[in-house]
Design a protein around this ligand. Structure first.
Ligand code: AHM
Ligand code: MG
Length: 335
């Protein structure tokens, strides 16, 4: 049997890639690992908890069962707050960013932005969901409380990003800008183990993921692209297969490994797009670029967009390089 490398061992090993590393980023990644295990436990119990909850019971403290996305949010915040390396967080669950005010946290060099449970409307029907995170070095002075500017940085400034997918198995995939690595949780030992080293995404693929119900409500160029995907062409392997889970992390993860494109365009209903730039689009853009793929809003590289708001949305075209390029050319009339 070949030697197992756990995520904790790997993170420590990789710290050596950064000669001036102080171990703080390493600690944040360790905190994320622990919070992910807690969320994994709660996600796996979700069905059972619902059955018990249906009896109309309260728990021993007299509390109602909290929704899983709130529980996930709390698990991550607790981990970052107690770690002390993070001076503040922004999350899909909070209108404003949260600045930690303990002396230790004020000296933290980093901020984390995250979506605690993306696709959470899928929980009730047992479909894969995920957590997405993005880590930046703060721009405000160390020793003070975090400011909005710490969070409104371009994606190119990310120092690390990743996601956890709660699927048929639980995986954590992350990058610190030196490639992408994936770890599968082995429930028998409670450890994430290196299962997908140095992930590279295929240059092109045969899977396209978009909500086709929106096609009449978006740029006509996108209709052209969908038509292109459905055409017969044995050389490029078309027709492609349509695959849309409606859970960004799951759609993204599948395409990353197999080759494909995920699209959530601007639509009449969502004129600025549906997905959030800071804690959904940027982290996955960092990962896909590190794996050799591309992420744009249809025209501009995602990581080059200057954010002006915490919950800013954008159109999203992400995946295999050649497929994203083709979709973009359809938007400018190049069907
Ligand atoms: P959420 O952050 O409220 O969970 O919404 C994001 C989700 C993505 O996971 C998914 O790809 C998309 O919304 C699905 O949207 P739609 O149902 O409009 O196709
Ligand atoms: Mg989300």
């Amino acid at each position: 049997m070949s030697k197992i490398t756990t995520l904790s061992e790997f993170i420590l090993l990789k710290q050596q890639d950064f000669p001036y590393a102080t171990g703080e980023l390493t600690s944040i990644l360790q905190d994320i690992t622990i919070a992910s295990k807690i969320v994994n436990r709660d996600v796996n119990r979700a069905g059972l908890v619902d059955i018990l909850g249906a009896q109309g019971n309260e728990n021993v403290q007299g509390e109602q069962q909290q929704k899983l996305d709130v529980m996930a949010d709390e698990a991550f915040i607790r981990a970052f707050k107690s770690g002390g390396e993070v001076c503040g967080i922004a999350s899909e669950e909070h209108e404003d960013f949260v600045a930690f005010d303990s002396e230790k946290s004020k000296n933290g060099k980093y901020v984390v932005l995250f979506d605690p449970l993306d696709g959470s409307s899928n929980i009730d029907v047992n479909v894969s969901i995920g957590t997405i995170f993005s880590i930046y070095r703060r721009v405000s002075p160390i020793g003070t409380v975090a400011t909005k500017e710490d969070f409104l940085q371009k994606g190119t400034k990310q120092v690390a990003a990743g996601y956890v997918i709660f699927g048929s198995s639980t995986m954590l995939v992350y990058t610190t800008g030196k490639g992408v690595n994936g770890f599968t949780l082995d429930p028998s030992i409670g450890e994430f183990c290196l299962s997908h080293p140095d992930i590279k995404t295929p240059e092109t693929g045969r899977l396209y993921a978009l909500n086709e119900g929106n096609l009449n409500r978006c740029d006509p160029g996108l209709k052209d692209y969908a038509e292109y995907c459905r055409q017969d062409d044995p050389i490029t392997g078309r027709p492609y297969s349509g695959r849309y889970i409606g859970s960004l992390v799951a759609d993204f993860h599948r395409n990353l490994l197999k080759g494909g494109i995920y699209i959530y365009p601007t639509t009449k209903n969502h004129p600025t797009g549906r997905l959030r730039l800071l804690y959904e689009c940027n982290p996955l853009a960092f990962i896909v670029e590190q794996a050799g793929g591309l992420a744009t809003d249809g025209h501009t590289r995602i990581m080059d967009i200057q954010p002006t708001e915490l919950h800013q949305r954008c159109g999203y075209y992400i995946g295999s390089k050649q497929m994203v390029e083709k979709a973009m050319s359809c938007l400018t009339g190049g069907f």
